[in-house]
Write a protein that binds this ligand. Structure first.
Ligand SMILES: Cc1ncc(C[n+]2csc(CCOP(=O)(O)OP(=O)(O)O)c2C)c(N)n1
Ligand SMILES: [Mg+2]
Length: 897
């Protein structure tokens, strides 16, 4: 197809102004070279910077953070591709086929879902890395750390199948993990496939942010001398362009530049589409991301065009091709994929007659096959090589691809591509043809998986490349390593009564400092704080163990003369994350999985403002379970009424419930120092000696009160979740039981006295350290009993413990009632619960506790009411108590709906 004469003459203006532009560009180039010669590079840089500043303040000038819509690496600077392109193409095609077949097969008989289009677009991004860059773990190298894009999981399974690591049965059972013989998890889940996946990624944004903190944690481990690597592993994160919209994806990228994390490489698969449609139909996501990453101080490598475009760009003397590339928006580029080559000729090249001229030698078919950079192994290799060699900055590779590449009519570049999981026979045949899959017509409809014979060139090549690179990835290899943790006896000093009244937060500070003094153990501790150390009285640690900073301390801190000055050090132990709970939680996860990632078990203690825990970053809490993280999370300033002045957005009465929802999390609500000590001592044993993959959530409070001595023999009860702390007065006929926890234990203890003195009730006070653990145990028994109806029933711990107790049972806590109610079904005669449902507000503790109904008086009245409900006392006694204790029956209540 040729452009008409009229069209060519009509565009002279544009061409003329471009050649004018060329002259300017040449003049500037010679001034630049002259300046370099006479003034030197530094002075030239200053001059250019000055000019750039002027440009930035010129109305309508660009911010100067983006470059042309072209590949960052020009062809002449491209590292040569060292592989065998043809064999790699064949391997990749087989992986494409198996990945597609896995999803389509699963959906032919079930509705389990799956994705084809994401991996179809990123196959080359992974294959180049697998054949040439990702290094597996060896004796002397820890292995590169790779965050695989969640939706590309079928591609990773398909490769592992060729590698002989997964069998056909497993592929057959993709997303059917409960099927006979087991199956493959939908996405990367180390909890479900602990020998395969290392990092969960599918909740978008979490992979990217974790990778930043992982790369920084690798530096921390090195700086503290906990690892010595001859070669530093790279951290690779693969993400989608749509995923970049998540605040977690981009919100912390400046950290990587600030910390000079040249051990970090991000690859953004810019297929221009997300789930519903284009990522930036009216703009260009690659340019937007380039500007952002440049602004954040990253090295940016754009891989937009495949090799065939080099020739066209070279031949284009007018500059119009680049201009045309820049003026099209992503919506246009998507259309060029869906439409035939003739459309691209007409609408892309056809805008300028000179461009039509440029492609007259190409057929429409050839035009439609002009590749995007992310599908060209040579371009991707050059980009990765450059990223690997880059020093001083993290690198992001922005690779342009096509969503659903190769799916043709079934979903290439279409808005429905993401959801596509079925293909008809015709589409399967086309796919087979396009990728030369050696399967015959009569089997194609069955979509058999295909693995070439072991002695085929493909298999030999694939295995040889991985062998050269040290082994397979992904792979999660846990070398069991025990820590020399202090035993329970070692904590004896915390089992004694405190000399003064203290809070459980202060008690924790003491415990942490004690642990930091344990010779062979202390170096494995990672204290993590998001800008709140002073709130928790932990600022003393600044001087004692230092705050990690890759730069040391380049200034004299204003408080250098004080005892706990702000001490930053290259080998500092504290990770002071600033105001980023997401960052701090990512560090917790990096440290808590170090036992698996690096074979170095680290013990994170992440202490933070309770309200900004699971409510703020709950998805990362959930992920901590999936990734099998270990460590201690401390929700400080816990309790809706214990933290009093801060009000509605700060007062937390529900984190314990959130934490209870995470299967591998052990949530505790200790009331006393010794309970905290017992829980931490046992946690260290379970996680770092028994190697259990669990983590702890501990609620700690800021209210000072006496810390009693540990009663004899209560350790087991503390750990299981309930024990009798203080029996009620003897010689009283009426019996009750109050479960207290956290700071509100104080209400229970005072209520116990009043009940005995004024109302003749003997109330035992129990410390309920973990309702979730009690419930978990009860549920286990209940399910067993249900399924073994004719056998003697099992009895849970809580049922056994309370079996002989009489009277009424009451729970009181500084959390919503749902926390204690978790065990209500197993309490003899039911449980009456007092809690802090509703929004917090600022006031004194006593007024707040009266308002919510968890103060001493409310506890007394609640206990009497529970007794009256059981006809164990008369109702008028309750009314009398309301009167005696000055309770306003019509007082303001927390609003609940
Ligand atoms: C936090 C979160 N929100 C939503 C989703 C659902 N989701 C799965 S894939 C997807 C689109 C992904 O687009 P993109 O990041 O561009 O990846 P691509 O498949 O195009 O490579 C969405 C919205 C998710 N997995 N995680
Ligand atoms: Mg996308």
């Amino acid at each position: 197809m040729k452009a008409s004469k009229k069209e060519i003459s009509g565009s002279r203006g544009a061409a003329a102004s471009t050649s004018n532009g060329d002259k300017w560009s040449q003049s500037l180039q010679s001034v630049f070279e002259l300046s370099l010669q006479s003034q030197g590079p530094e002075r030239t840089a200053q001059l250019l910077e000055k000019l750039a500043d002027q440009l930035r303040t010129t109305p309508r000038a660009s911010a100067g953070l983006t470059t042309a819509y072209a590949n960052t690496i020009p062809p002449e600077q491209q590292a040569a591709f060292p592989g065998d392109r043809e064999i790699e193409r064949r391997i990749k095609s087989l992986i494409r086929w198996n990945a597609m077949a896995m999803v389509v097969k699963a959906n032919s008989t079930t509705n389990v879902g799956g994705h084809i289009a994401s991996f179809a677009s990123s196959a080359t991004l992974y294959e180049v890395a697998q054949n040439h860059f990702f290094r597996g773990a060896t004796e002397s190298f820890p292995g590169d750390i790779v965050y695989f894009q969640g939706h590309a999981a079928p591609g990773m399974y398909a490769r592992a199948f060729l590698e002989g690591r997964l069998d056909e049965k497993q592929l057959q059972n993709f997303r059917q993990e409960l099927a006979e013989g087991g199956g493959l998890s939908s996405y990367p889940h180390p909890y479900l496939m602990p020998e395969f996946w290392q990092f969960p990624t599918v909740s978008m944004g979490l992979g990217p942010v974790m990778s930043l903190y992982q790369a920084r944690f690798n530096r921390y481990l090195q700086a503290r001398g906990l690892v010595t690597w001859k070669e530093e592993p790279k951290v690779w994160a693969f993400l989608g362009d749509g995923e970049s919209d998540e605040p977690e994806s981009l919100g912390a990228i400046t950290l990587a530049a600030r910390e000079n994390l040249d051990n970090l490489i991000w690859v953004v698969n810019c297929n221009l589409q997300r789930l519903d449609g284009p990522v930036r139909g009216n703009g260009k996501i690659i340019q937007e991301l380039e500007g952002l990453f440049h602004g954040a101080g990253w090295n940016v490598i754009k891989v937009i065009w495949g090799t065939e475009w080099d020739e066209l760009l070279k031949r284009d003397q007018t500059g119009l091709l680049l201009k045309r590339m820049e003026e099209c928006c992503d919506g246009d580029y998507q259309k060029y994929i869906v439409e035939p080559g003739s459309y691209t000729r007409k609408h892309f090249f056809g805008k300028y007659p000179e461009l039509l001229e440029l492609v007259t030698h190409l057929t429409d078919e050839q035009i439609s096959k002009l590749l995007r950079g992310g599908h060209d192994v040579r371009k991707m290799y050059a980009a990765y090589k450059s990223a690997m060699d880059h020093k001083g900055q993290p690198t992001v590779v922005l690779a342009k691809t096509v969503k659903g590449y190769g799916l043709g009519e079934a979903g290439e570049g279409k808005n429905i591509s993401h959801q596509q999981k079925k293909m008809n026979e015709k589409e399967l045949r086309e796919f087979r043809k396009r990728f030369d899959i050696p399967l015959s017509d009569d089997v194609i409809a069955d979509m058999p998986f295909y693995r070439p014979p072991a002695d085929s060139p493909e298999m030999k090549y694939l295995l040889a490349q991985r062998k050269k690179l040290g082994g397979f990835l992904p792979a999660r290899i846990v070398k069991s390593a025990k820590l020399d943790v202090p035993t329970m006896d070692g904590f004896a000093e915390f089992f004694k009564p405190s000399k003064t009244e203290i809070s459980t937060t202060t008690a924790f500070g003491g415990l942490l400092r004690f642990l930091l003094k344990q010779k062979d153990f202390s170096r494995y501790i990672v204290p993590i704080i998001p800008d709140e150390a002073r709130t928790f009285g932990l600022d003393v640690l600044f001087r004692e163990i230092g705050i990690y900073s890759s730069k040391g301390q380049l200034y004299e801190p204003v408080d250098s003369k004080t005892l706990s000055y702000y001490h930053e050090a290259k080998d500092g132990q504290i990770l002071e994350e600033g105001i980023s709970e997401t960052g701090a939680m990512s560090s917790f996860i990096a440290a808590g999985t170090s036992y698996a990632t690096h074979g170095v078990p680290m013990v994170p203690f992440y202490i933070y403002y309770s309200m900004f825990g699971p409510q703020r970053v709950g998805d990362l809490f959930w992920l901590a379970g999936d990734i099998r993280a270990k460590g201690f999370l401390l929700g400080a300033t816990s309790g809706r009424t214990t933290l009093n002045g801060e009000g509605l957005q700060h007062q937390d009465g529900h984190s314990l419930l959130h934490a209870s929802t995470i299967p591998t999390c052990l949530p505790y609500d200790p009331a006393f120092s010794y309970e905290l000590a017992v829980i931490i001592a046992d946690g260290l044993r379970r996680m770092y000696v028994e190697n259990e993959d669990v983590f702890y959530y501990l609620a700690v409070y800021n209210e000072n009160h006496p810390m009693p001595a540990m009663p004899e023999g209560c350790e087991d009860g503390i750990l299981k979740g309930l024990y009798k702390f203080k029996p009620g007065a003897e010689g009283k006929k009426i019996k009750a039981h109050i479960f207290g926890s956290g700071s509100i234990m104080q209400s229970a203890l005072k209520a116990q006295e009043i009940l005995a003195e004024k109302y003749g009730v003997s109330a035992d006070v129990w410390s309920a350290t973990s309702y979730k653990l009690l419930r978990a145990d009860a549920i286990r028994c209940q399910r067993w009993n249900m399924l073994h109806p004719t056998q003697p029933a099992q009895k849970s711990y809580v049922e056994t413990l309370l079996a002989k107790e009489q009277g009424a049972f009451v729970a009181v806590s500084d959390n919503i009632r749902t926390v204690p109610d978790q065990i209500a079904s197993w309490i003899p005669g039911g449980l009456f619960t007092l809690g802090t449902d509703g929004f917090g507000r600022s006031d004194t503790r006593s007024r707040l506790r009266r308002f919510f109904g968890v103060d001493v008086e409310s506890t007394v009245i609640g206990t009497l009411y529970a007794l009256a409900e059981k006809n164990l006392i008369e109702r008028k006694v309750v009314a009398q108590a309301i009167n005696d204790l000055g309770m306003d029956a019509e007082q303001l209540q927390p609003q609940l709906v």
